[in-house]
Design a protein around this ligand. Structure first.
Ligand code: SAJ
Length: 416
């Protein structure tokens, strides 16, 4: 069997490498020449524990190679981004491009699996794009479980946690949503090659919504924690202590407040539900708004900290610790930390120093002239105000003595 994985990002590359480690011939396809070259050298272009060893071994043993051109395969797994556009409407253009790239090599008996998190109906939409370009092939019809088709189509949403991707790809239960039951059964055969946990069969629409609901569940719960942090601030109560105590109740498990919600998943996916059912998804929308407004609250805290220093803004150095959207990864997508740091840089201060141990240069588009990326120690020596934005291990383990005499805004409650 030969599998083609379209999109070699945070999901596609680990999936390709895990499959290749099970001795399946895998060809990864990406539009990024640099990523393709690196992978073919056995290197990786993202930070993810265990992935580097896995990719190197997969390339060295000859089971994995990368290319920019889609080639013939038995199965195609699409793992491309699904961002939103305009007023939080899903942007399926990457899925459309992937479908268009696959169709010229598509043959009777092939299977196409959409892994990208998608709004309800996207799998059938992808199928309709392929059908339009290949009228010579027959495609399944949703719910027609008795029917036969040349091509098999399914949605198998990824649900791995960045930072634990390799392990979770193998250990997590997997939802396999077929356009028909036969499609789901065929897709399950493929996933069973590397998934140790259960592969649960359903239809593609239910699979699409389950994935969106998983992330909305987390978003709503984080919004609850973030709202509590505003309430506690008003009432002058330590939110982290209060949550710790409330969580001692056997049926209460509140998440942690922070500077907002980032990443390409939780900050995006709930909008796909809101977009398809705007009148019903009231709580889901409100959670998004609560989480999206948290950076403004943090910026207000920073303004207050600046005032307390008693210094002129033009003399101040502010250190922002952490830019990634969560701890110990290099992913800056939708990162509230990055947004906050950018706003701090525009406050008219003398200098902004950034500490982000997982990147080597100031991110492209970070348009603040007086900014420097530094190691932790140098940054803390210079800073008048220290803003902790991401609970990286480095910041959890540091000696807190160095903070004395400085104004500190700890958005993650790690320095209690
Ligand atoms: N966050 C908090 N407080 C918390 C937990 C998280 O503020 O208590 C913030 C994080 O700092 C981060 C954001 O939420 O900015 C999201 O982080 P996360 O660790 O909750 O989730 P992701 O986005 O890394 O991964 C999620 C996972 N979904 C769920 O846990 C339901 C993962 O399993 C999915 O595969 C992934 O989205 C995805 O790709 O959809």
């Amino acid at each position: 069997m030969k599998v083609s994985v379209i999109g070699l990002g945070y999901i596609g590359l680990p999936t390709a490498a895990v499959l290749a480690s099970r001795k399946v011939e895998v060809v990864g396809v990406d539009v990024n020449q640099n990523a393709v070259d690196m992978i073919n050298r056995g290197e990786i272009h993202i930070v993810e524990p265990e992935l580097s060893i896995l990719v190197r071994a997969a390339v060295q043993t000859g089971y994995l190679r990368a290319t920019m051109q889609v080639e013939k395969a038995d199965a195609f797994m699409v793992a491309v981004p699904t961002p939103f556009k305009g007023e939080h409407e899903p942007d399926l253009s990457y899925i459309k491009s992937a479908a268009e790239a696959i169709v010229p090599v598509l043959e009777k008996g092939n299977m196409v699996i959409l892994e990208s998190t998608s709004p309800v109906g996207a799998t059938e939409k992808m199928m309709s794009w392929m059908k339009e370009l290949r009228p010579d092939l027959s495609f399944p019809v949703f719910g027609d479980n008795g029917g036969e088709a040349d091509i098999s189509v399914a949605h198998c949403p990824e649900r791995v946690l960045p930072g634990h991707v390799v392990c979770e790809l193998i250990e997590n239960d997997r939802i396999i949503g077929g356009v028909t039951t036969a499609c789901a059964q065929l897709a399950r055969e493929l996933y069973k090659i590397f998934v140790k946990a259960d592969c649960l069969i359903t239809d593609c629409r239910t699979a699409e919504l389950s994935k969106l609901v998983e992330n909305s569940f987390r978003d709503v719960n984080i919004a609850f924690a973030n709202e509590l942090s505003l309430i506690c601030d008003k009432l002058k109560i330590d939110v982290w202590e209060m949550i710790k105590l409330a969580n001692r109740h056997p049926r209460v498990n509140i998440l942690q407040p922070g500077p907002g919600v980032g990443g390409h998943c939780i900050a995006v996916d709930p909008w796909f539900i809101v977009d398809s059912t705007p009148n019903e998804a009231k709580l889901i929308r409100t959670a998004r708004l609560v989480n999206d407004s948290k950076p403004n609250f943090v910026l207000e805290k920073i303004r207050k900290a600046i005032e307390v220093t008693g210094k002129e803004k033009a003399e101040l150095t502010i250190a922002c610790l952490g830019l990634a959207f969560k701890p110990d990864i290099d992913d800056l997508r939708e990162s509230p930390a990055l947004k906050i740091a950018q706003q701090v840089g525009l406050m008219g201060i003398n200098k902004l120093v950034l500490v982000e141990p997982n990147i080597d240069e100031i991110p492209h588009g970070f348009d603040v002239p007086t900014t420097e990326l530094m190691d932790l120690e140098s940054a803390l020596l210079e800073a008048d105000v220290v803003v902790l934005l991401v609970e990286h291990m480095l910041f959890k383990e540091m000696d807190l003595g160095i903070l004395s005499g400085k104004q500190v805004v700890d958005t993650r409650g790690i320095w209690g």
